[in-house]
Design a protein around this ligand. Structure first.
Ligand code: DGY
Length: 322
């Protein structure tokens, strides 16, 4: 008998195929990820032992309380787990896991793409061409900001922040970072640590966010901290929308305090604040930083590895702890 699994999210074909092969899998046909009620219904009908989900499901105390007693493991195919109530799961004896490591490089690639695009106005040039460019651009028109040789501040220096720093070094950027703890020198690789975020910001022509959403990072980028950046700075956020006070961000983008922003994440998703879509100096994407075939497959595989390990009695590979 194969272990019973509910796959609540739309995942790459290879992951779904493996889930069907190794588990007695109830796979949601779509067209969107399962809603909360669909998850509960499927988990009860299937007497699920494992649940594979993504951050569209709030795995909170209310959901945990309503899941069937059969459930032993919930695996989110994401590194962020602000949507998971780890303590509530632990209290019910449900192991919860995430997928660290496998998505760091692709997410940093994406963040660096947003940084380059925002600074060098890639999305504006693309729109201009699509509108049927016919007028020569003067030498002083539509100029972007230089990236190479400039200073990048990184907020949050975990695996993705470190991968971002490696990319920045390839562009001869000076890297500064703020995190709760200083990294050992071999991981720091010459980046300068600032124990105080506010002391770092005045040096940052570019600022990239890579911290998790926690009570300590809620609205950490706000009117005051944006005001500490040099005028004309560029902000990139591929972490979580909750880190940013979006009213303050909008004001900074319209006042010239910020030259531009690259935003992959928003306080409210998918119903993001449409004011940002009206700004030419913002490049937008729909929370898809890790979205390559290879990485999303690796994430789904890692989630299945975690589920298999727990259901085989070996314990989770990537346990979440509160
Ligand atoms: C993650 O892995 O946390 C990404 O943001 C997708 O949710």
């Amino acid at each position: 008998m194969k272990p019973r699994l509910v796959v609540a999210a739309l995942l790459p074909e290879a992951v779904v195929a493996r889930a069907r092969d190794e588990f007695d899998a109830l796979v949601h046909p779509g067209p969107a990820d399962m809603t909360r009620e669909e998850v509960l219904d499927a988990a009860h009908r299937h007497q699920a032992e494992g649940l594979l989900f993504v951050n569209t499901l709030r795995f909170d105390a209310d959901l945990v309380a309503r899941l069937p007693a059969s459930l032993r493991v919930g695996a989110t195919s994401s590194v962020g787990y602000d949507h998971v109530d780890v303590a509530a799961a632990a209290a019910r004896g449900i192991a919860v896991t995430n997928t660290p490591g496998v998505l760091s490089a692709c997410t940093a690639d994406f963040a660096f793409m947003l940084l380059l695009a925002a600074a060098r106005r890639a999305h504006e040039y693309d729109a201009l061409m699509r509108a049927g460019w016919r007028r020569r651009i003067g030498q002083g028109d539509l100029l972007g900001q230089r990236v190479n040789g400039e200073t990048l501040g990184i907020l949050g220096m975990g695996r993705i922040g470190q991968a971002m720093a490696r990319r920045a070094r390839g562009f001869d950027m000076r890297v500064l970072y703020h995190a709760r703890h200083r990294l050992p020198a071999d991981l720091e690789q010459g980046a300068t640590y600032f124990p105080d975020l506010r002391a770092m910001l005045p040096h940052c022509r570019f600022l990239s966010l890579h911290a998790p959403a926690t009570p300590a990072t809620e609205n950490i980028i706000n009117e005051t901290t944006l005001g500490l950046l040099p005028r004309g700075a560029v902000l990139v956020n591929v972490a979580r929308g909750a880190l940013v006070d979006e009213d303050a961000l909008f004001a900074a983008l319209t006042s010239g305090r910020l030259f531009a922003a690259g935003l992959d994440v928003f306080r409210c998703e998918p119903e993001f604040d449409l004011r940002f879509a009206s700004l030419p100096n913002v490049i937008l994407s729909p929370h898809i930083g890790s979205g390559s075939v290879e990485t999303r497959t690796a994430m789904g595989d890692r989630a299945l590895d975690n589920i298999a390990a727990v259901l085989a009695g070996r314990g989770p590979i990537d346990p979440l702890r509160s």
